[in-house]
Design a protein around this ligand. Sequence first.
Ligand code: NAD
Length: 460
Amino acid sequence: MSDKYLDLTRSGPLAVVAKKLGLPRPAKLRRTDPRSVDTPLVPGPVLVLADEGSTAEATTIAEGLLDWDLDVRRDSRLPEHERWGAVILVLTGLSHPAELSAPALELGSTLRQLASSARVITLSRSAPAPAPSPDGVAPALAAARHGVDGFVRTTAKEMRSGTTANGLVLAEGVEVTAPSVRGGLRFLLSARSAFVDGQLIAVGSSAGSEPQDWVRPLGGAVAVVTGAARGIGAEVAAVLARDGARVIGVDVPAAGEALAVTMNRVGGIALQLDITAADAAERILELARSRYGHLDIVVHNAGILRDKTLARMTADRFDALLAVNIAAPLRMNDTFAGELGGGTAPRIISLASTSGIAGNRGQSNYAASKAGVIGMTRALAAPMAQRGGTANAVAPGFIETEMTASIPPVPRQVARWSSSLQQGGQPVDVAETVAFLASPQAGGINGQTVRVCGQLMVGQ
Ligand code: NAD
């Protein structure tokens, strides 16, 4: 699926017309090709800045980046002809909001010299949870840490030319050398995070491990992807396979032909199965074990739409949707509990949606199911951690698939323009985030919902 407006306004006479009329002129995003791995990590040198209280941690981070052969600098002056590939702002030592001013302005002074599709990334600490005792939490510390949230989201909205701004938020006690801090940093720096924008990803623990091979971090893993015949699911299967996993793709028998084509392309196994079947999880486990000996990663991707405003909604539309989008994953997880792992650490990754965060007219059933996915994911975090694994959700915004191609043209174009990147995402953008959360380096990220929405102007 493609956005014709985006193609037409990149150059030529329509680009001039769009400029004159003040219409959006979305940038071409730097992306990885799921069938190849040789996109450079960042499009230029990486600057590491810090607030006064974070200089030691900034030095540790800068030294760590050298492992990836990056051109790392600490001085924000850059020769006129050069462009920054990324600016990392380390704010882990903030204790009062006033301390944000100097590093924020230093970042501001670099923005005119960013490359296209550059990255701005903050590292900060999570605001302390409210304590019951009257003197439990210092308000200034909480204000400083929570302030980073608004700073990142606004910076993202001011970026141009495909540049994104995101943050990693470290729980108390998580070192900047923890696997998911380094892994998260690498993901956010890379072209894999092209459509992740204005987001803060929480690193809650030091769990996880750096992969032996950053290019194929899923070596040894066996994954199942539901709804793998087309759209996002087909791309998730391709990216997991590229990253080294052996993949089982599941879809309904009616999509059997497309599923076979996809799974042949990625060298995986096709399983024709309706996930609402009572024994769906048993059949998947059986196949994984008979072919590979174990199952490690479950991607709950299959989903349907049955849109109608609530006044016109019917029981069959509401119930059919809940059965696929949330009841099936819940039932399957009950069977998978304690059965995942053996190749790599267990992972459950479920597809939510920005509709489940912000609501969306005509989607009471869909939004309930997708908010349900977010609730399910939070509840799974503790039991999965106990088994050495994680459960996370990915919430796409507007992604160019057959599902969104069915939206009438005007609201479709409005939806594209409603994100900071002024365009829809591609299935590969969602797939890259799923693959990151499946990886060993994401073991400290648990119970989270990561939005892949280009900072869609809905929701939080
Ligand atoms: P899609 O309609 O293109 O593909 C969904 C696939 O799921 C299809 O191949 C379909 O046959 C399969 N499927 C449906 N019911 C099934 C069942 N009972 N058993 C097995 N397979 C079944 O959808 P997509 O756009 O690729 O979306 C994938 C996921 O991402 C869905 O959960 C969707 O809700 C979510 N999502 C998509 C977008 C978007 O913009 N496209 C946005 C937010 C969330």
